[in-house]
Write a protein that binds this ligand. Structure first.
Ligand SMILES: [Zn+2]
Length: 465
């Protein structure tokens, strides 16, 4: 039986099992649901066992004093000990459901409506984890083999929707068990149901906060104005100097480590059906696109780094006038980073740059609220991405294009700590209303995901050898 026929034959069972798992309200952000997150882990562990994974373990996180929520680990060794090893990452926890009144159906009583399955976690991320379990079986049914052509490991996290607080620690502690040649991430989206695509990267983040100080107190502007430095003027000049006339960030060295877009990638981005006016409406009815000269809107949001002033305050902002030279000015700034950039390097460069751009008589202080988020990136010509693209194209019967995504969660940790390339194979849609009321998934796409997963292992077995 070929993989597609196996999937069709097992569709009803797959949907019934998925519904059972979705009914467990594994909301990791709400301590009252910690027991449900555990039940969800146990349910998945039992299911993976029943699907044939010889090793299945529920991994606790955190410490006995401050326990976290469990991940599920499973392993199915290839028959050939020399075969590559691939780790699948997803998560079994879900977002809260508020506002509850905006749901048309009970979020934890999944309902089929035509081709749609509606309920919390259908797309993000239980549905997308689940297509792998069907895909593995379909691949085995097609090959007639008892074991997959690569060693498959699965790591399904229980804290992704609450910040993955223990995830990097878990990866470090279990690095030996998690050793792999590539990581398949199934927690992203495609461009559209009829435009299958693969994500190839996520931007990272670096945040900074600047305070500029002038006089020890606010001063009367009649008595002192024009004769001492005004910190708000200094801040305005500083922030204005952060971009040049072409919209490029002026921090020295900012672009040095950026992995440039290849012509092939730009050409593939340009083939995505993109309606800029419609996109502007989704961008809060923005009146015009704006950004770094020489790049399209999609290139700007996916593949170019940015600096944004997020907040700016100081002096008198209350009712009426107040004629002062203010003592302080403040700004919060964040940088979106792309492949090759490091948040700490950017934060350090910003400190140096502020020092050099602060006028005499003004004291600058740069606060760094955290280490930021590293970007992640998979080159489209890497063997793993090419193999996964072939698997997707076999399942969808059409060309698969490439996208990138905005947010970045545990993906960069997976790539860095496990020292393995990332491959994004996912079938969610931007219209799935993830994190929102009436989350849904398109069942035909989940089944295509299962089919792609069925082909993925043989494609990767050849490509990664
Ligand atoms: Zn997710």
């Amino acid at each position: 039986m070929d993989a597609a026929a196996y999937i069709t034959a097992n569709r009803d069972r797959f949907v019934a099992d998925l519904k059972e798992w979705l009914a467990i309200p594994s909301i990791s952000g709400d301590p009252a649901h910690a027991g449900d997150v555990r039940r969800s882990a146990d349910w998945l562990a039992a299911h993976l066992n029943a699907q044939g994974f010889p090793t299945v373990e529920v991994w606790e996180t955190g410490t006995p004093q401050a326990p976290g929520l469990p991940s599920v680990f499973a392993e199915w060794p290839a028959a050939d000990p020399a075969a590559p090893t691939v780790l699948v990452y997803g998560h079994h926890d879900v977002q809260p459901v508020e506002p509850r009144a905006e749901w048309d159906t009970d979020p934890f009583t999944p309902v089929e409506d035509g081709d749609r399955l509606i309920g919390r976690g259908t797309s993000d991320d239980k549905g997308q984890v689940f297509f792998h379990t069907l895909g593995v079986r379909a691949g085995l049914a097609a090959s007639g083999a008892a074991a997959p052509p690569v060693t498959i490991k699965m790591l399904v996290e229980g804290e992704e929707e609450s910040g993955s607080v223990h995830f990097a620690g878990l990866l470090r502690a279990r690095r030996d068990r998690l050793r792999c040649d590539a990581v398949v991430i199934s927690d992203t989206t495609m461009w559209a149901a009829d435009v299958p695509s693969m994500c190839t990267g996520m931007r990272g983040l670096a945040e900074v906060e600047v305070t500029l100080r002038g006089p020890a107190t606010d001063l009367h502007s009649g008595s002192f104005g024009g004769a001492v430095p005004n910190p708000l003027h200094a801040m305005a000049s500083l922030l204005a100097a952060l971009h040049d006339a072409d919209g490029r960030v002026t921090l020295p060295g900012f672009y040095d480590d950026v992995v440039p877009l290849t012509e092939a990638e730009r050409e593939l981005f340009a083939r995505l059906p993109f309606d800029e006016d419609a996109w502007l409406r989704t961008a809060g009815d923005s009146r015009a696109p704006h950004g770094e000269r020489g790049f399209s809107t999609l290139e700007r949001i996916w593949a170019r780094p940015t600096a944004e002033v997020n907040g700016l305050w100081g002096g008198h902002t209350g009712p009426g006038g107040k004629t002062i030279v203010p003592r302080e000015a403040h700004a919060k700034i964040s940088f979106r980073l792309v492949a090759g950039q490091d948040p700490v390097t950017v934060q350090e460069a910003f400190k140096v740059w502020v020092d050099e751009h602060t006028p005499h008589g003004v004291a600058a202080e740069v606060r760094v609220p955290g280490g930021g988020v590293r970007p992640c990136f998979s080159p489209i010509d890497s063997p793993g991405v090419r193999a996964a693209r072939r698997a997707m194209e076999r399942a969808f019967g059409t060309e698969v294009l490439f996208t990138r995504e905005g947010g970045s969660g545990p993906e960069a940790d997976l790539a860095d700590i496990l020292d393995a390339p990332l491959i994004f194979v996912a079938v969610g849609l931007n219209g799935d209303r993830i994190h929102a009321p009436n989350e849904k998934v398109e069942l035909p796409l989940l089944l295509k995901g299962a089919e792609a997963a069925a082909y993925l292992w043989e494609e990767l077995a050849t490509a990664l050898r």
